[in-house]
Design a binder for this molecule. Structure first.
Ligand SMILES: Nc1nc2c(ncn2[C@@H]2O[C@H](COP(=O)(O)OP(=O)(O)OP(=O)(O)O)[C@@H](O)[C@H]2O)c(=O)[nH]1
Ligand SMILES: [Mg+2]
Length: 583
């Protein structure tokens, strides 16, 4: 693949980049209704006019001068790759904010297509953009789109081969322009224009330092820094602020020229739900309703009805008796018979456990989880829980990695990038590792709790919550660093998309079957070997003073501790696979 075939999809968070990536490449990238879904760059192919392009999906950014880790990932793509073109996806409802990025891309002098997505929601709010006028002002292609309905897709595809560099240019005040010139003279040609790089340096972009050190001589960097300081001494406000202000003014001017207001046509129910879900008082009954819905769907339907059906009828009446008969008939060796259908049998225990008991719970959980992700409720939960997270030295944003941790710990740790400081990221990683069970664990726990009383479930949930609160509080005191202000963009409440929910759920079930089920089988096999070598008894006797005397648990619990220990080692592999699949 030649480097000039790369197309970078870029834009603000939660504007539909991954939906468009999926449609262009036929490759699924996680799509959810909260900012920060894409945490890593994804690649996929697309062919137009017999020419292949490599499409790159990137984490959402608010500026190409990065303020956080995920913004840095996207900015670095511009420095590392020499793109053939940039497709900027924008939310039509937030044109001015999107144009801020357009102006930065224009500064980089890269061929650009601006996709004004979410036209449906903009129209509902009475927002219309004069596309032709915007095209003229920018000097680049502008396409209006509604990605989930595939509207605008054909136009994007056919525009890519003909993308041109925008002709719009922000003129900064004279002194800044003078220093842009001076710094440009010290730079050699890179994948983005010298002007853009000079502006980044003048903005004091610290995250650029590593790249500069690799690509330029130390004396040149020093000289550039001296020029930046000199420029700063000639203006009153911080340079970064001044540059941003002037860019924002330019974006505002363009937006004013092309935006039109018409009477809003949208429905009232979803915005109403969106509002009460964040209300300090009414938000609580809604949260309880959501939890009750979750309990009914995962706890009653998944862990109750479906588990009963699979365990008692499908496996109990058909699969297991048949397996025992087949093993009896076909397998001559007793030890193999026992391995497959005995006390630690791979079919009668491992498969029954993994498929009949855990799968119905994880599957219903995955569906409920995808609905929550698609609805836009999670960022609202962040607002509601901000106070509690403050106690742990975090802010409400931490609810996203926390809830995602119930799916997969690795994904959750990666999403912690949406938290600004190292202190916050460290605390959340610690809490995720300590007390947040992932989907497979949750399945096992709920499976066990299903057979016990509601009181047992409450004791479990209370212990987890108290552990999180207490450890988080202590961690916030021990770990040094500052806390940041809580600022999170709240997307509209949206009707969950059935196809997205199905694709996500099936992808996650496939992950569970391929990655988690083999671990159940392996774990059971290890127990079988330990049992056969009589080591299980020895281990149980050794652990007895702690397990039985101290903890007051039955001797058999040692088996669970052994499995838990193995899981820690093997879970890493499973989670890495989950991440690779982009679940
Ligand atoms: N109504 C409407 N919803 C859309 C449109 N395009 C995308 N969405 C929804 O917007 C949400 C965000 O979509 P994503 O593709 O995950 O957005 P993204 O830009 O990749 O987000 P990040 O990876 O977080 O930066 C999802 O719930 C989509 O279903 C659109 O044109 N109209
Ligand atoms: Mg995305």
């Amino acid at each position: 693949m030649r480097a000039d075939d790369k197309i970078i999809l870029v834009g603000n968070p939660n504007v539909g980049k991954s939906v468009i990536f999926g449609l262009l490449t036929n490759k699924y990238a996680a799509v959810s209704n909260y900012p920060g879904t894409t945490v890593e760059v994804s690649y996929g192919d697309m062919t137009v006019d017999n020419k292949r392009y490599l499409i790159v999906d990137t984490p959402g950014v608010n500026s190409l001068v990065p303020m956080s880790e995920d913004e840095k990932v996207t900015r670095d793509i511009f420095l590392q790759e020499a793109p053939f073109a940039v497709v900027q996806v924008a939310d039509t409802k937030n044109l001015k904010r999107s144009l801020l990025i357009t102006l930065q891309i224009a500064e980089m002098e890269l061929p650009t297509i601006l996709v004004l997505n979410m036209e449906d929601e903009a129209r509902d709010r009475g927002i219309i953009v004069d596309i032709n006028h915007l095209k003229t002002l920018l000097g680049a292609e502008v396409i209006s789109a509604i990605a989930p309905q595939r509207k605008g897709l054909k136009e994007i595809k056919s525009a890519i081969p003909h993308a041109v560099k925008p002709c719009i240019k922000v003129r900064y005040e004279d002194v800044i322009e003078e220093y842009i010139e001076k710094i440009s003279l010290l730079l050699s040609q890179v994948s983005i224009s010298k002007r853009a790089l000079s502006i980044m340096i003048l903005s004091g972009d610290e995250s650029l330092k590593k790249w500069l050190l690799i690509n330029l001589k130390a004396e040149v960097i020093k000289e550039m820094e001296a020029l930046r300081d000199e420029c700063q001494s000639k203006v009153k406000e911080p340079l970064s602020l001044l540059i941003n202000k002037q860019r924002l003014d330019a974006a505002g001017d363009i937006a004013d020229k092309v935006l039109k207001k018409i009477p809003a046509e949208g429905g009232k129910l979803l915005p109403f739900i969106g509002r009460i879900s964040m209300h300090p008082l009414w938000g609580i009954p809604l949260l309880l309703l959501v939890l009750y819905g979750l309990y009914q769907f995962v706890g009653v339907l998944g862990a109750g009805t479906l588990v009963n059906f699979f365990e008692k009828i499908i496996f109990g009446r058909y699969i297991n008796p048949m397996a025992v008969k087949v093993v009896e008939l076909m397998i001559p060796l007793d030890i193999i018979k026992e391995m497959l259908a005995g006390e630690y049998g791979l079919i009668t225990v491992a498969l029954t456990y993994a498929i009949a008991i855990i799968l119905p719970i994880t599957a219903t959980f995955f569906i409920a989880f995808a609905i929550l992700e698609d609805s836009g409720y999670l960022p609202r939960l962040a607002i509601m829980s901000n106070r509690i997270f403050n106690l742990m030295g975090l802010n409400g944003k931490a609810v996203l990695p926390m809830v995602l941790g119930l799916g997969c710990g690795t994904m959750a740790v990666m999403t912690s990038r949406i938290l600004e400081t190292k202190k916050e990221r460290l605390i959340i990683t610690f809490l995720l590792a300590l007390a947040v069970p992932c989907s497979a664990q949750l399945g096992v726990i709920l499976g066990m709790l299903g057979a016990l009383s509601l009181k047992a479930a409450l004791v479990w949930a209370g212990t987890i919550l108290l552990t999180l609160l207490f450890s988080g509080y202590l961690a916030s005191k021990v770990i040094k660093g500052e806390k940041t202000e809580f600022f999170l963009e709240i997307p509209p409440i949206r009707m969950p998309n059935i196809t997205n929910i199905m694709v996500k759920t099936l992808g996650r079930i496939e992950w569970y079957l391929k990655e988690a089920v083999p671990l159940f089988i392996l774990g059971t096999f290890i127990l079988f070997v330990l049992h056969k070598l009589n080591l299980l008894r020895v281990l149980e006797t050794i652990a007895s003073p702690i397990v039985v005397n101290l903890l007051g648990l039955p001797e058999k619990t040692t088996e669970s501790f052994i499995l838990g220990f193995l899981r820690r080692i093997m879970a890493l592999r499973a989670c890495l696979q989950w991440r690779k699949r982009g679940c």
